[in-house]
Design a protein around this ligand. Structure first.
Ligand code: NAP
Length: 253
């Protein structure tokens, strides 16, 4: 930790993608509550403005940026301009994600490409852009939000599971490349979390998932935010390259 951080002078800047709702929103609220200056990113400005206002009303610091993370140039440019504007980037949470489910044999090229671009390539682009400011600050905490589907596979999710498994390889590689610079990189793999993404799944799927849980309840976004809070903390500097499944014991992966 730098002297300035130890004396409490540094306001850590945390970028959270996919912050407009669901897991990303819970992560943003948690990090803001812990004193981070949170940069909220997703495609639509209005919910980000609402969240920024909510954080500011409770005494926190937040900035809202509408960016499509599937647009490489827009994402890379946004991260560079955030670093210029706020002077630092300390924490990056690559959370934005989509599903385009279907059996592999029937999956279109478009559904494959869109999911890979949004869920995997965006994380690489964001890390590449954020790494320099983190190195300048001699501190970094990168978190990729994966999925248990990327660890154990899931029928109907070839694109999604491949993207999330790709994030595991990316996480380990970045951990190895940047560990010497006091930058950690970890992956949090949620199991089944109640958000818009899972709301419309059939009851049979939810019942099946519940039957697999050791902890007999579906997850909530705050369960994931709690794990992100720890891996992005100053004290988590010796934890890197890990896949942490936060899934109520569904996979025990
Ligand atoms: P969600 O409720 O559907 O929210 C997705 C977020 O990503 C929204 O803020 C959305 O905002 C943003 N987003 C989507 N595409 C984007 C793009 N191209 N550019 C910028 N932002 C984009 O999903 P969630 O359940 O919170 O999931 C969050 C993450 O957790 C995802 O990576 C997901 O794969 C992972 N996960 C979720 C579960 C679960 O059970 N819910 C399980 C495992 C993993 P806009 O639409 O406004 O852009």
């Amino acid at each position: 930790m730098s002297d300035a951080a130890q004396s409490g002078q540094v306001k850590r800047v945390a970028i959270v993608t996919g912050a407009s709702r669901g897991i990303g929103k819970a992560i943003a609220l948690r990090l803001a509550r812990e004193g981070r200056h949170v940069v909220l990113v997703s495609r639509t400005q209005a919910p980000l403005d609402d969240l920024r206002a909510q954080i500011q009303a409770s005494g926190g610091l937040a900035t809202a940026r509408a960016v499509d993370v599937a647009d490489r140039n827009a994402l890379g440019g946004a991260i560079e301009s955030i670093a210029d504007e706020l002077g630092r980037i300390d924490i990056l949470v690559n959370n934005a994600g989509i599903t385009k489910d279907g059996l592999a044999l029937r999956m279109s090229d478009e559904d494959w490409d869109q999911v890979l671009q949004t869920n995997l390539t965006s994380a690489f682009v964001a890390i590449r852009a954020a790494a320099r400011p983190m190195m300048r600050g001699k501190f970094g905490r990168i978190v990729n939000i994966g999925s248990t589907s990327g660890v154990v596979g899931n029928a109907g999710q070839a694109n999604y599971a491949a993207a999330k498994a790709g994030l595991i390889g990316l996480t380990k590689t970045i951990a190895r490349e940047l560990g010497g610079k006091n930058i950690t990189c970890n992956l949090i793999a949620p199991g089944f979390i109640q958000t818009d993404m899972t709301e419309n799944l059939p009851k049979e799927v939810k019942d099946h998932v519940m039957a697999l849980m050791a902890v007999k309840r579906l997850g909530v976004s705050e369960d994931i935010a709690a794990a992100v809070s720890y891996v992005t903390s100053d004290e988590a500097g010796y934890l890197t390259g890990q896949t942490i499944c936060v899934d109520g014991g569904m996979t025990m992966c």
